[in-house]
Design a protein around this ligand. Sequence first.
Ligand SMILES: *Cc1c(COP(=O)(O)O)cnc(C)c1O
Length: 370
Amino acid sequence: MTTPFGPSYVREIAPYVAGKPISEVAREFGLDEARIVKLASNENPLGVPESAQRAIAQAAAELGRYPDSNAFELKAALAARYDVPAEWITLGNGSNDILEIAAHACVERGQSIVYSQYSFAGYALATQGLGARHRVTPAVQYGHDLDAMLAAIADDTRLVFVANPNNPTGTFIDGAALEAFIARVPADVVVVLDEAYTEYLAADKRYDSIEWVRRYPNLVVSRTFSKAYGLAGLRIGFAIAQPALTDLLNRLRQPFNVNTLAQAAAVAALGDTAYLEKSAALNAEGYRTLTAAFERMGLEYVPSDGNFVLVRVGQDDAAGDRVNLELLRQGVIVRPVGGYGLPQWLRVTIGLADENAAFIAALERSLAPG
Ligand SMILES: *Cc1c(COP(=O)(O)O)cnc(C)c1O
């Protein structure tokens, strides 16, 4: 018998199942890469904004040196955009890094973190990686039950994760309800409000969480360049919080966690409002197409405010994996969510019009009897 390495809470971590890469599906199913449609990881189907591509090309010449650890230009751009001092900003290697940094900065082994059933997988992982206690509240209609989350906050709770909109369900909490929740969370419990999809919100659903940061010293608002800004591969996200909390996060952050190309690309993308508007419009149109198809096919789906939709593809717990395999054979990659406790469902990212059409056609074939 060999002695196992590491603490038991690390050994118990289930490996993360990412959306399959195109190249892997091409190899496994003998398909042409160019014909594969990937709607699995909530990436922006428009690809890297051209403004960011130009910035990346320019910044490449500087790669012999370490990145600017303090990301002066990007923090200045974010500070101007959100009207906060640069001292309120923490940068992350993706917003996933922000979630990890916040958990490590605020919680120790044996203390607890509150989050909802069916919320982003990163919350369970960050909790487990710390040897912290999970306090998971049951979802209501696939979304967060804020009253249950408040009630779940115990003496040992140091942090609460809230995703709005949530992934993988796409559910949304309106601003008034969310602020009322934040106001009631004890002052010594940090709220990480994960707004990875906020740029996709319709105008009538928007709310100003940065304004809340000014009022609540225990609030961290987390955002990303991976989704609406089209820079998932560069790994860059950021957090806005008051200086006391931001200082703590920045002490724990790896000094060079955001690379030179990511910093340059993010500055460009942040200023590219045309790209952002185009992305949101394309998404809204694709959402209408997909949900109309689901209705036509008699499939239940969860109304979504993100760039993806959760759709129920069968009534048995093998349905998600079965239909996923049928889709893969036809060169369509979506995201099975059995790991989230949703084995009858698939999550599909809203793509370009022809990608959505290819998915719908493949789904119809997958569900056809016989
Ligand atoms: C995608 C996602 C993230 C993480 O994205 P990064 O690429 O690490 O910025 C965080 N939270 C939610 C809810 C997400 O869907």
